[in-house]
Design a protein around this ligand. Structure first.
Ligand SMILES: [Zn+2]
Length: 263
């Protein structure tokens, strides 16, 4: 009997540990190795994601999904985004769903006293979030993860402009048209320069916008768009004509806007 008790006492923390590991692995693998093939159109498109694999169920049943139409936001004083971004090698690749840049370690976002590492950024065409019903040409997602595996994504709207933004040139100049593995290059990229000057943002709690649509993602969508050239938009669109999930219902979630006019 004493043996049994001590074994049970050992098992409980072990079980908790492995559950934690599962959650973290689940979030990490969601960006790398989804359990079933999916697309943005047709029979494996967004309306069917929840039927493609058991772990995609939240794509259909989740009540806190992303993206959303940003409208009717509540204006409050929100914490500033503290971005400690360093330049990184341009580890750029086509993962079959988007063009992604894996970011070197050492760049952080501090939000509400929680520190997140910038892990990667990638693009959607057209934008996934809409603002008062308006879609933008593209949307940049900077994905951050904290020590517990929780995600915070900074969204930046891109629209067509006349002046080339030098921060985007190395990315749009090296878009891999074929799916493949990340390859380190000598080219440098600076994530901080990809953002607009104003960091005023909308925020809500949502999900990954790709299967398995994991919830609990802190979304920080910047209000001010950034301009890129028409030929840059065309270069991306020639690889991904459509890689945006349609907007999802807000349901009973807070959608807040930083009206503090800081930064
Ligand atoms: Zn995304």
């Amino acid at each position: 009997m004493p043996n049994k008790i001590s074994r049970a006492a050992l098992l409980v923390p072990l079980l908790l540990l492995s559950l934690n590991a599962l959650v973290v692995v689940g979030i990490a693998s969601s960006q790398d190795a989804p359990s079933a093939h999916w697309t943005y159109e047709g029979e494996e498109g967004p309306g069917f994601w929840d039927e493609l694999a058991p772990d995609y169920a939240l794509c259909g049943t989740g009540r806190a999904q992303s993206p959303i139409d940003i409208t009717g936001e509540q204006e409050v004083n929100l914490a500033d985004l503290t971005l400690n971004y360093q330049p990184s090698a341009l580890n750029i690749f086509n993962n079959g769903h988007t063009i992604q840049v894996n970011y070197d370690q050492g760049s952080t976002l501090v939000y509400n006293e929680n520190e997140y590492q910038l892990v990667q950024f990638h693009f959607h065409h057209p934008s996934e979030h809409t603002i008062n019903g308006e879609a933008f040409d593209m949307e940049l997602h900077l994905v951050h993860r904290d020590a517990n595996g929780a995600l915070a994504v900074v969204g930046v709207m891109l629209r067509e402009g006349e002046v080339e933004n030098p921060a985007y040139a190395p990315i749009f100049g090296h878009l891999p048209s074929e799916a493949g593995e990340p390859e380190a290059t000598d080219i440098r990229v600076s994530a901080g320069d990809l953002l607009p000057e104003s960091h005023l943002y909308y925020t809500y709690s949502g999900s990954l916008t790709t299967p398995p649509c994991t919830q609990g993602v802190r979304w920080l969508v910047l209000e001010t768009p950034v301009e890129v050239l028409a030929q840059q938009l065309e270069a991306f669109a020639s690889i991904f004509e459509l890689n945006a999930r349609p907007v999802q219902p807000l349901n009973v979630r807070d959608l807040l806007y930083d009206g503090s006019a800081g930064e």
